[in-house]
Design a protein around this ligand. Structure first.
Ligand SMILES: [Zn+2]
Ligand SMILES: [Zn+2]
Length: 341
């Protein structure tokens, strides 16, 4: 399905098969000489066909279209190599280009595996947890080789009458970027600000952001300063009240931090994986044991992101016991909790 958001700005619904997000919103900005496509979809037949159908309906010639990728996740980037033509520019922030290279590096992968096991994840099962993210290719067409085009904070991409400024908004990934159109007060928001759902802020990779939740909250505060009439997000509905949605997301983050503190207080000391099992998750499973392994991996990452944030504020403390990571509430943390009770 295609929606005209504003003159020359279109939303194309790209199907994400077997994924709870269901749809990626790609955006197409029509220009005089060149168009700009923002994000693409999975390298899967259904994604490919729905994106192509949208581009066809809008009469888009990919030879005259560049691509901007908000961040490195598969639902945003995997299709790009199947749709570009030789002279297409594919923009992505260098921090996400680097993170993507690390994800594909076997040595880095091994050290991340060990890191997750130190946090308590079942030994030798990371590969299984992430297997659904690999081998996504189900497209007959040969992919095109390309080199990412660097794009940095404050860089401008002009398309038709629009001038999109790149805003670096790390947290969800290290190099996540939004595009801001100041004259029309439009923010193309990627996965930074979503309606109804909250983006995943995880720490499963040691080489990524040291404190992703802090980075995410900083990014929300940065975007809150902009004049925005509409946010065009990568998933779900467009958002009209930017400031109030940002406040809701911050509020949610703080509530989550308190939940982690309370769960940790009840356990006295815990490894991140066991603590994740004590939190509330929006998943249809009767118990932590019944959680799908992939969801356990993300729950662990999110719990760890919360713990590292609390650690940076002096509210929790880390111990290494027999090579494993454990956390407990600090004296400051205990006094904060007793003041809140
Ligand atoms: Zn994402
Ligand atoms: Zn996404």
């Amino acid at each position: 399905m295609i929606r005209e958001i504003q003159k020359d700005i279109y939303q194309i619904e790209v199907v994400l098969p077997n994924n709870p997000l269901k749809i990626l919103n790609a955006y197409l900005i029509k220009g005089k000489d060149r168009n700009l496509l923002i994000d693409t979809g999975f390298a899967k037949k259904e994604s490919y066909e729905s994106l192509l159908r949208g581009l066809d309906k809008l009469n888009i010639d990919m030879k005259k279209t560049d691509v901007f990728l908000t961040h490195l996740h598969n639902d945003h980037i995997s299709l790009v190599k199947y749709i570009i033509e030789d002279n297409c520019k594919v923009y992505m922030h260098p921090l996400d280009q680097k993170a993507l290279r690390l994800l594909n590096d076997k040595a880095v992968w091994k050290s991340d595996e060990q890191f997750n096991e130190k946090m308590g994840f079942p030994k030798g099962r990371i590969g299984e947890a992430l297997s659904s993210f690999r081998d996504l290719k189900e497209i007959e067409k040969q992919p095109k080789e390309f080199i990412y085009e660097d794009i940095f904070e404050d860089d401008i991409i002009k398309v038709g009458e629009y001038e999109f400024k790149c805003i670096l908004t790390p947290g969800h990934t290290p190099g996540h970027c939004c595009l801001y159109e100041e004259n029309n007060k439009i923010l193309i928001g990627g996965d930074l600000i979503l309606d109804k759902i909250t983006p995943n802020i995880s720490l499963n990779n040691k080489q990524w952001l040291a404190n992703p939740l802090e980075a995410y909250i900083d990014s929300l505060n940065k975007v809150k300063k902009l004049q925005i009439d509409i946010i065009l997000p990568s998933h779900r509905n467009c958002i009209n009240g930017a400031k109030s949605r940002i406040e809701e997301l911050k509020e949610h983050s703080y509530k989550r931090l308190e939940e982690v503190m309370r769960a940790l207080q009840a356990k006295h000391i815990s490894c991140p994986y066991d603590l994740a099992g004590c939190m509330n998750w929006n998943i249809r499973a009767r118990s932590w044991e019944e959680f799908p392994l992939t969801q356990k991996f993300f729950a662990l990452g999110e719990t760890m992101a919360n713990l590292v944030y609390l650690e940076s504020k002096g509210l929790v403390e880390r111990d290494i016991i027999q090579g494993k990571i454990y956390f407990s509430i600090s004296t400051i943390g205990l006094s904060v909790l007793s003041n809140k009770a």
